[in-house]
Structure formats: C-alpha cells, structure tokens
Write a new protein. Structure first.
Length: 584
C-alpha cells in the first residue's frame, strides 16, 4: 500500500523544540490530519514561552496573545446568549472549566491595502460575507473570492493594516447586535452607539445578509400604513409590508415625506428605523433633534452612515438596519424602515466594485447592482400568522437628475418596489407641498391597503385632479370660458390647495375622511382657493367640537356608512354657512 506524501508544518517558537516536544507535535498532526508531517522550526522571540504552528492555511496559536484572544471571543459569545441572566456567574464557571487546548485557525497574509480594500493571500476556506480580523484588531468582510486572492472590505481605518501582516478567519458571518434597547438610539452601521448615551445591551445577534422570507411565509398586504399625508393616503395608499419608492430630484421634499410618516406612527404600535446613507452628519443630527422634539425617538432607531465614512460602512448600513427591523418583525411587530437614500448606497457599492476590479456596465455600475437592492428590499414583507404576523414596510428614497426616472438606478428600484411616489420640482417650487405628481405616482397594492372609510371618502379625487391638470393646460391660452369649465377649474384649484400640507403636521384618519368627503361633495366650491387651508383648519376644529363621537367611530372601526357620509356633508355645509356669514 502506497504511503501519502510527507507534508511540511512550520513551527514558530523562541527556542528549538526538544526531541520529545517534536515527537508530541508530529503525533498530534498525524492524528489530526491522518498523514505524516515534517517539522520546520523558525526562531520567533515574539512568541515568548508559547509557539505558533502553521499547517497550510491553518494556524495553532499557543502564544499568550492567542490564548487571551480565544478566551475573549468565548466570553463575547456568552454575553449574547439569551439564557445568560447572570452574566458574571456564567463568566466565572466558563473560565473555571475553560480548557486552553490549542484550536486551529486559518490565517492569511495581506498583499495590498488602500481605499478601504484589502487583497489577501491564503484563507482558501473563507466564505462570502465572512468576517476576518487583522493583526491590528481592525475587522473586515470578504466581498470578493477568487482562485488566487481574496478581496476584503474594511470596517475601520485602512492605515492600521500593513502589507505582510497576518489576517485570520472568524468563521462568523457579518452581523449586528439587536434588541429592544436599541429603541431611541443612534447607532452606526456596525450597531455601535454614536449618540453619547453609553453602551447598548443587546439581546441577540442577526446576520446582515439574511435571506428574505419565502412566499409561503408571507401573507397579502391588507393593513394600512398611514403616512398622515392626505395626497398619499387618499390616492396612493401604503400597506404594512409594502415597498413604496419615494423618488424625485434633489430638494423636493423626499425626506420630509418619510419623516412625516415616522411622526404619524406615534401611538400606533409601529417601530420605525431610519437609515441615513451618505448624508451630512449635521443633517442627521437635525433630523434626530426633530424626532426627539416630537416625541418620535421613543419608537425609532437611527442607523447612521455619514458621507465622511468609508464606502464599506455606507454599503453595509441598509442591510444592518434591515436586520434590526427583522428582529422586531419576527417578534410579530410592525416595522417601518426608511432608506435615505439608495442612490448614494449604489454609488458606495460602485466605488467598492471598481476597486475590486469588477467590470462596470451601464452608467459605470457593475451588473450585480440590481441584485444589491433586490435582496435588500425583498426582506420587507407581511409575515404569515404562523410566524407571528409581523410586517416590515420599506420606504426607499432615490434621487433623480432633472426628473429622469429612466436612469439606471431609478429604473432598477422602480421594478423592485410595489409603487412609487414621484415628487416633481415644478410643483415643489410653485408651493405645492408635498409635490406629488398624480400622473406618475402609483401604488400597486392600492385599495387593498385602504380602510372602507378612506376608500369611500377618496372617491373620484384622483380622476378629478387628472381632469383639472389636463384642463388647466388646455385653457391657459383661452380667456373666454363657459361657466361649467370655469367651475371645474375653480374646483381643481381648490383641490390642489386642499392637498397642501405643512411639514410635521400629519392628519389622522377621521380628519382625512372629513376633508375628502367635504371636498368631493363640492362643499368648498365657493371658498376662495387661496383661503382653502384656513377654511380646512377651521372646519376640522368645528367637527372636533360637534361630531366627536362620529370621528372616534371612524378611527376605531375604519368604516363609514352612507348615513354617516351624509351627516359629514350636512355638517360641512352647516359650517360653510357660518363661515360665509362671518365673512360678510
């Protein structure tokens, strides 16, 4: 029987091993790998009284530093265990029973480093998405696996990584600590607090690239996720578990819509996660300040990856935020997650890909940029009752250039999501805010995510607005208009004014129902369009005073009978008379 070829193992130690020590090591290797080895000793005084044994890509680190690192990792894992009620006693028992037997670790060598990208030699058993640790303690993640080298993206300063330094596998997939304690906090893409409020006690750990729930694990989207914005809730309703894109040029109010939606979840038992990607630190601080001022941070987590942070951090931020949202979703809770914005996320990924020598395609983006966002947004879902019935609703934000929705990234994300809210620059600068373009916006879930009361109240408002916009263009050059056309234009102007809504002032369901019923019944036909906002405010105050029971019933039951609709119209006309009398 032929014997297998003798392999070489390298021993790094301060002193040459004795014959007895060599025999023990060779016996260990033969038992471990089932073949004969030769031992090649190299003097290394840095090992002290210990040694490092290298067998191919695997390293047995029996130095003082290696033993300490293994113990540190053991204690770190114990801290994340759910049954670890008394962490101190668990630590003590673990240290008492800890056996300092050397464990094999795979190690590689840094070939090159720069711009947050490291290429390494070795670690042939590594997997995509696995975390590696460099000698300096900086962590990275495998992003590119090739036959001869491995590409790693860094989650720290690349100045701390040197060519020729060692890097070891952790055999752990990149993840983020999660838990209820994260509510009200601002964290970075690695789940570390950056708000100066001290450490966060995590109750679990979730990988950042988790697979999306399967079709069988989902159920249809049928529960409204109210934004509090009359334009959206009446014409483009969003359901819990839906993915609705907010798209438009720079400075058209995209973040404002997302922020108002978060504010509107107060008291509705919805957990909100806001992921800031590539924004100024000052803008994020201002947004957090606004949330605190309105009392919304109690149910919100902010995941921040500012423009000054390296591309790997910006790349992983939305995945980290999604993992945090999944922690709550799989507990049966409803989650709203905002990605602000995915244009900058795609740019960060493009930078990484080009540095990793991946081939660029359309508009210089790599071909897998579609998969980048599809595997992110597909994780939003309305889970089946068997999995707790929780949901995660996604509001991705994308910035366009000159209103061009046919660009590469916008078309990608439009095809992934369940509809889009398109914000138009001309409408915004004319004072129409939110500047929603009724013609280009759509919700593919539609009425399935509306209550019966809202569906009945909204009626034909979208059609009326579309007719007004068409008629406005047709008649702008005509001075001689018949009475019916003139009334239609005045009605349309009133609707446009009615849909204007100040920032940070979301409407409740009953307020929206009252406004829509009164508007579509032409109650406000004779009110000056420029005074519609003033009339709306006074009308709602009148209803709160006179019809409080009816308003509460609409909110709690989500329905509106024909009799109740007639009552709303009658009360609105009653107030109109009071308004007109007071004006005389």
């Amino acid at each position: 029987m032929a014997t297998s070829k003798i392999q070489k193992a390298v021993l790094y130690a301060a002193k040459e091993p004795t014959a007895q020590q060599q025999e023990r090591l060779l016996h260990f290797l033969e038992e471990k790998y089932g073949r004969a080895y030769e031992l090649d000793w190299h003097e290394d005084v840095s090992t002290g009284n210990g040694f490092r044994l290298v067998v191919g890509d695997e390293v047995y680190d029996n130095t003082k530093e290696g033993r300490f690192l293994q113990l540190k990792e053991l204690l770190g894992e114990l801290a994340l265990r759910e049954d670890a009620e008394d962490v101190i006693s668990l630590y003590r028992s673990s240290i008492d029973s800890w056996d300092a037997e050397t464990v094999a670790e795979e190690e590689g060598t840094v070939l090159s480093v720069g711009d947050g990208i490291v290429f390494i030699d070795g670690l042939g058993g590594a997997e995509y998405g696995e975390i590696v640790v460099f000698e300096s303690g900086v962590k990275g993640m495998f992003q590119d696996i090739r036959q001869d080298t491995m590409g790693v993206i860094l989650f720290g300063d690349d100045s701390e990584v040197r060519v020729g330094s060692r890097v070891r596998r952790t055999k752990k997939t990149a993840g983020i600590p999660v838990g209820d304690a994260f509510l009200g906090r601002v964290v970075n893409a690695l789940g570390e607090p950056i708000d100066g409020m001290g450490p966060i006690a995590a109750s679990d750990y979730r990988i950042v690239e988790a697979p999306a729930a399967s079709i069988i694990d989902r159920q249809s989207v049928d529960t409204p996720m109210y934004t509090g914005l009359l334009t959206i809730d009446s014409m483009f309703p969003i359901g819990r578990g839906q993915r609705e894109l907010i798209i438009g040029d720079r400075q058209t109010g995209k973040t404002t819509i997302a922020l108002d939606t978060i504010l509107n979840q107060k008291g509705k038992d919805v957990i909100c996660i806001y992921v800031a990607i590539g924004q100024k630190a000052g803008s994020i601080a201002q947004l957090v300040g606004n949330l605190k001022k309105k009392g919304a941070m109690d149910y919100t987590v902010v995941v921040s990856a500012t423009a000054s942070e390296p591309a790997p951090i910006q790349y992983i931020a939305p995945y980290a935020g999604t993992s945090l949202g999944e922690y709550f979703m799989y507990q049966g809770k409803d989650v709203l997650i905002v990605y602000d914005d995915l244009s900058k996320h795609a740019i960060a990924y493009r930078a990484l890909s080009l540095l990793l020598d991946r081939s660029p395609g359309r508009e210089a983006y790599p071909g897998d940029v579609f998969y980048l966002h599809s595997r992110l947004l597909e994780r939003s879902a309305h889970l089946s009752d068997a999995l707790g019935g929780g949901s995660m609703t996604a509001l991705p934000i994308v910035e366009t250039q000159g209103g061009d929705v046919s660009a590469y990234i916008p078309t990608n994300i439009i095809s992934i999501t369940d509809g889009q809210i398109f914000l138009e620059s001309d409408l915004f600068f004319s004072g129409q805010r939110p500047a929603v373009n009724v013609g280009l916006s759509v919700s593919r879930v539609g009425g399935a995510a509306q209550t019966k009361a809202m569906k009945k109240a909204a009626g034909s408002i979208r059609l009326d607005l579309a007719q007004y916009r068409e008629m406005e263009i047709f008649t702008q050059f005509s001075s001689d208009l018949d009475e019916a056309t003139r009334k239609q234009l005045v009605y349309g102007q009133g609707l446009m004014q009615l849909l204007r809504q100040p920032q940070g002032s979301p409407f409740s369901l009953h307020e929206q129902v009252v406004i829509l019923v009164a508007a579509t019944a032409h109650v406000m036909q004779d009110v000056d369009p420029l005074r519609i906002t003033e009339f709306r405010k006074a009308l709602l105050a009148y209803f709160e005073q006179k019809k409080r029971t009816l308003m509460q019933k609409i909110d709690t039951e989500g329905t509106m009978s024909d009799e109740q609709k007639a009552e709303i119209i009658e009360t609105a006309k009653e107030y109109l008379e009071l308004w007109q009398t007071a004006e005389k």
